[in-house]
Design a protein around this ligand. Sequence first.
Ligand SMILES: NC(=O)c1ccc[n+]([C@@H]2O[C@H](COP(=O)([O-])OP(=O)(O)OC[C@H]3O[C@@H](n4cnc5c(N)ncnc54)[C@H](OP(=O)(O)O)[C@@H]3O)[C@@H](O)[C@H]2O)c1
Length: 280
Amino acid sequence: MPEKIAVVTGANKGFGYAIVKGLCEKFIGAVYLTSRDEIRGKQACKDLEKLGYNPIYHQLDVTDEESVTTFCSFIRSQNKKIDLLVNNAGVLFLKDSKEPKYYQAEQTMLVNFFALVDFTEAILPLVNTNGTILNITSSSGHLSRIPSEDLRKRIGDPNLNLEGLKILMKSYLESVKLNRDGADGWGDSPYVVSKVGVNAYTFMLHRRLADKGIVVNCFHPGYVMTDMTKGVGSVTPDQAAEVALRCALQPRGGLYVWHNGATVTWDGPDPRGFIDGKSV
Ligand SMILES: NC(=O)c1ccc[n+]([C@@H]2O[C@H](COP(=O)([O-])OP(=O)(O)OC[C@H]3O[C@@H](n4cnc5c(N)ncnc54)[C@H](OP(=O)(O)O)[C@@H]3O)[C@@H](O)[C@H]2O)c1
């Protein structure tokens, strides 16, 4: 039987690094640690080697078309297919960030939504029948986080296709450019919109790939102590990765799984209260 392959994006640190570590323990096959920065990624592999693990390194900047093409060509040249893809790479501008609002929105949407989608679409022919895609999302990706009922209906419409979703996400950026994001019902967080977009894509892709047996899920890891949160949080990356891997290695798809392992209804009421008793 050919060797199985797992690929994790944005894995030089934080949650992605912990997922690679967990996969090195639990996944029977080759585990690819990818990062946009080669030096940081290779160092992460060295650190894991010191712990007795053997991830394989490959450069991958999900926002860079050439990097995506090179990575896809590399996998193709191996005559292998990917059994597990974890789309983890992501960015967040904290509330006190000094960058202009439109820049924050553009970058957040680019890395978290557009690049995730475009990379996934590019690599899709190299994902094995019965493979799994796990998109790392957030509680911020719950549909209820979009204030406008009309937008919620349009984003949550099961007949929406990928082109339609991209048009909606681009229209959000137009709203920000015109300083109308609040008035247009998007709320004030690019991170929320980007992760809502990722969740919408997850369910759409799961439906699309059902005949190939490819399972697509999204996972909210909780409040994780990483650089993204300036080290603050309620769980370590390793703890969050343990639940993520249970989600990734199970056969059911089309799910929005949270850090406690519970499946949450994406277009239901805001679940934060009854999941944790507090906002996460
Ligand atoms: N931490 C939390 O509490 C929390 C909560 C909910 C969801 N999440 C999600 O979990 C995921 C991981 O976050 P984290 O907490 O581990 O954050 P992190 O420590 O900041 O790590 C983010 C990773 O993404 C990489 N990345 C950014 N842009 C990239 C690009 N264009 N191409 C490839 N990699 C790129 C970063 O690379 P560099 O080192 O080169 O910047 C880094 O490796 C994200 O999707 C995040 O939204 C985190």
